[in-house]
Design a protein around this ligand. Structure first.
Ligand code: ZN
Length: 63
């Protein structure tokens, strides 16, 4: 699957630890093909998690 079901744009693969997912940079849709996690949660929750993850990856931070 590399086409956004929401806007038909190109999806982008993301990895978070040993989990991976695809997101749409156009409409911020996020697909959650996790296997070892519990039930799929709200896309917003994952979006927040990814945002926090990427922010923590950056060496330059105010925190
Ligand atoms: Zn999209």
């Amino acid at each position: 699957m590399d086409e956004c079901p929401r806007c038909q744009g190109s999806l982008e693969m993301l990895s978070l630890g040993d989990a991976s997912t695809v997101t749409c940079p156009h409409c911020e849709y996020a697909d959650i093909p996790v296997e070892h996690e519990r039930q799929v949660e709200e896309p917003e929750s994952w979006q927040t998690a990814f945002n926090r993850f990427y922010r923590s990856q950056k060496p330059q931070s105010d925190e």
